[in-house]
Design a protein around this ligand. Structure first.
Ligand SMILES: NC(=O)c1ccc[n+]([C@@H]2O[C@H](COP(=O)([O-])OP(=O)(O)OC[C@H]3O[C@@H](n4cnc5c(N)ncnc54)[C@H](OP(=O)(O)O)[C@@H]3O)[C@@H](O)[C@H]2O)c1
Length: 210
């Protein structure tokens, strides 16, 4: 009989040296990515939630340029988004996530349209609890979206990669991408790309909190 034990990678290497061979240690490894566009002054939406400035900027983007989104989403098992983002996406008319599993975070009950109940669910779990559950269900890569939601995952030290596409506009005010973290969060630059249309993309790996 094989006993499956879920442990973090660090604990795994320690356990492997002391456990009998019939115990198989299964690391809980799940990658959490953020992929988001912000104004140069760091807002993801206006105060009222609108992203008209982003839609306007997209008019200058050449056909077929998606800034790497399709490559990212192909590898994502579960999209995790805040209620505000979910409600905004519903106004787009067309559901952009196809058959991809989506978890909407909210402390209240979330109205999920009938056509989406097969893939969309809601949860009020804290980031660590949610990641633990999704990992046990086999998820390997989460895409976390929505400003408040991203801030909560960052504050919990649970984001691995941040891809931020800077849009050349200052909004002055709005809903910020970042907020209080409770401590410094070190970032390691993993790549930059400048696009002819004026967008600049920054990719960071999130280092250990200090
Ligand atoms: N520029 C971009 O690339 C981009 C990307 C995504 C979104 N947006 C825009 O940003 C806006 C939404 O961002 P936002 O910062 O307002 O909010 P958000 O993160 O989408 O949603 C925040 C809400 O999510 C719920 N929530 C998050 N984590 C939770 C948890 N662990 N447990 C329970 N509930 C949790 C809470 O809902 P309750 O209040 O119901 O408890 C919270 O008020 C929208 O306008 C959207 O269009 C822009």
């Amino acid at each position: 009989m094989v006993i499956r034990v879920h442990q973090t990678p660090t604990a795994v290497s320690r356990l492997n040296s002391i456990t009998p061979s019939r115990i198989e240690v299964v690391p809980v490894s799940i990658k959490v990515s953020v992929f988001v566009a912000t104004s140069l002054d760091g807002f993801i939406a206006r105060k009222d939630g609108s992203i008209d400035w982003l839609t306007a900027a997209n008019a200058s983007v050449p056909d077929g340029e998606d800034f790497g989104y399709r490559d990212l989403i192909k590898t994502v098992d579960v999209v995790v988004m805040g209620r505000n983002t979910f409600e905004q996406v519903l106004t787009f008319g067309e559901w952009p996530y196809g058959e991809k599993r989506v978890v909407v975070l909210s402390s209240r009950s979330v109205g999920i349209p009938d056509g989406l109940t097969g893939t969309v669910s809601s949860s009020s779990e804290a980031p660590a609890t949610l990641i633990g559950r999704l990992s046990r269900q086999g998820a390997k890569h989460l895409y976390v979206d929505g400003g408040i939601t991203i801030q909560r995952f960052l504050a919990a030290g649970l984001v691995d990669e941040l891809t931020i596409t800077l849009i050349p506009v200052l909004l002055g005010e709005g809903r910020p991408l970042f907020g209080p973290t409770g401590r410094d969060v070190a970032l390691v630059l993993a790549g930059t790309r400048a696009f002819e249309c004026g967008f600049v993309q920054l990719r960071y790996r999130v280092g250990k909190a200090t």
